[in-house]
Design a protein around this ligand. Structure first.
Ligand code: AMP
Ligand code: ZN
Length: 474
């Protein structure tokens, strides 16, 4: 498995710190408003990466923060607090806003078949961890107090610009902020670790700290939440390309100064979704959300398909025409799959061969478009219907396009399916399905196959789907 590492600027073979295990961190949403479909492009691609790692046999632990405090409207410590802005807009408290938009975010993710990370941690849960990290940074001389705030001192690092690719626009933003904003900073790129005083509107949520009552800067949360759940060494850190600078640059600066060694080996960044006018926005132009797409009659999963058709390292332009096209393609594809005959047992050997093919092709820098091409290759192949269905169900554990949903209804040949069966038979089959799942997990495919054969001899056929294995009478 290889993918592009923004740190080394190369497509690299992935090697985790601990064999077989992956620690993965994702910058979560700032929960002051709905996510736009651009944000969700990033989360879809990160979801594909996680599922692809699992598909390739890794045991993944993925952590995501929820930014419910301290993220000002500019990433460079300036502007209005986004959460406060949301609270004022809706005449609610900051915590009410955070709760509402956190739930809305996960509801959108569910519609797009994005798996919830293993750990989801709001920043407001971890204030004591932030304070501890800042104390250590002060002790080690990487931070200083000025104007009642605490800042990270970027001049203490040999190489602060680790990604080295700040574009001109970003540098201009940085320069402008420096001139017009914070005079406490010793160096242009220093950033706030803890605010007690901001010349901008006051924060609603504040905590006591050794430096006075205040609130944390935005970047500290990802370093602390990552370390809290994944330890001092992280394999993969993800985000959208806009996170590279200053957010991820600052995360690395403070994390590595804190632990005293390299922190994260691979940085996975997803390029932006733009609309036809350019940058996607929550305040200007049409605010493109999953709900808006639904109101207009689109199936959210078609939006997922649309994003999978292009590579995560290329900017993507959203148009309704493109989504219409994706809708037609998706419907045709689903119809073809629904028409497959589920008769007989799948050829497990063939399923394994096609599995390997997908792992190799899509595992070459998360090539989702090639993954979709493989779906068509399966359909065109001379495999029998049941084997095609099994291969597609396997692929769908990564693509998550509900490819076989219609087909599994057809497979059961019975609207109510297994629900109607007698409890004793159901218990027996479920026990066998569990045994088979355990055998597959232990890579004992011979045993898994023999369980399938045994059930088939009893007149029970198993079909593997995205939601797990379903069964029906032959
Ligand atoms: P935010 O809620 O603003 O912190 O952003 C959530 C995620 O969406 C971050 O990983 C951003 O890098 C990413 N993001 C922001 N804008 C876009 C966009 N237009 N296209 C793709 N990803 C984006
Ligand atoms: Zn982050």
């Amino acid at each position: 498995m290889k993918f592009y590492n923004s740190l080394t600027k190369r497509v690299e073979e992935f090697k985790p710190n601990i064999e077989g295990k992956v620690s993965m961190y994702t910058c979560g949403p700032t929960v002051y408003h709905f996510a736009h479909i651009g944000n969700l492009r990033t989360y879809i691609m990160e979801d594909v990466l996680e599922k692809l790692l699992r598909f390739s046999g890794y045991d993944v632990k993925r952590v995501m923060n929820i930014t419910d405090v301290g993220h000002l409207s500019s990433d460079a410590d300036t502007g209005e607090d986004k959460m406060l802005k949301g609270a004022k807009r809706e005449h609610k408290t900051v915590m009410e806003i955070a709760k509402f938009y956190t739930d809305a975010f996960f509801a959108d993710c569910a519609k797009l078949n994005i798996k919830t990370p293993d750990v989801v941690e709001p920043a407001t849960n971890c204030i004591s961890e932030f304070i501890h990290m800042i104390e250590v940074l002060l002790e080690k001389g990487y931070a200083y107090k000025a104007g009642e705030n605490v800042y990270f001192d970027t001049s203490k690092l040999d190489d602060y610009f680790v990604f080295g690719n700040q574009n001109e626009e970003e540098l201009i933003v940085g320069a402008r902020d420096d001139v017009t904003e914070d005079e406490n900073k010793r160096n242009k790129n220093d950033f706030v670790l803890w605010f007690t005083k901001s010349k901008f509107e006051d924060q609603a949520l504040k905590w006591d700290s050794p430096w006075g009552v205040g609130y944390p800067g935005w970047h500290i949360e990802c370093s602390c939440i990552g370390m809290k759940h994944l330890g001092e060494y992280m394999d993969i850190h993800c985000g959208g390309v806009d996170n590279i600078f200053p957010h991820h640059t600052n995360e690395i600066a403070q994390s590595e100064s804190y632990v005293g060694h390299k922190w994260c080996n691979y940085w996975f960044h997803v390029h932006h979704l733009n609309d036809e006018t350019g940058k996607m926005s929550k305040s200007k132009g049409e605010f493109l959300t999953v709900s808006l797409l639904e109101e207009k009659g689109y199936d959210p999963i078609v939006y997922r398909m649309f994003t999978l058709q292009s590579h995560y390292r290329k900017p993507l332009v959203f148009t309704y025409e493109a989504l219409d096209q994706a809708t037609v393609t998706y419907k045709k594809l689903k119809n073809r799959i629904a028409g497959l005959s589920p008769e007989g047992a799948p050829d497990e050997e063939a399923v394994r061969t096609w599995h390997e093919r997908f792992a190799e092709v899509v595992g070459n820098d998360v090539n989702t478009a090639m993954g979709l091409t493989l779906v068509y290759d399966v359909l065109k192949s001379d495999l029998d219907g049941a084997t095609k269905l099994a291969v597609l169900a396997d692929y769908d554990t990564v693509l998550s396009l509900r490819l076989c949903d219609g087909a599994s209804d057809a497979a059961s040949g019975n609207e109510a399916g297994e629900e109607n069966e007698d409890p004793e038979l159901r218990a027996h089959v479920e026990e066998k399905i569990a045994e088979r799942a355990a055998a597959k997990k232990a890579k004992d495919f011979a045993l898994a196959d023999s369980i399938r054969e045994e059930l088939l001899a009893e007149g029970i056929k198993l079909t593997d789907t995205r939601e797990g294995t379903v069964w029906s009478r032959v």
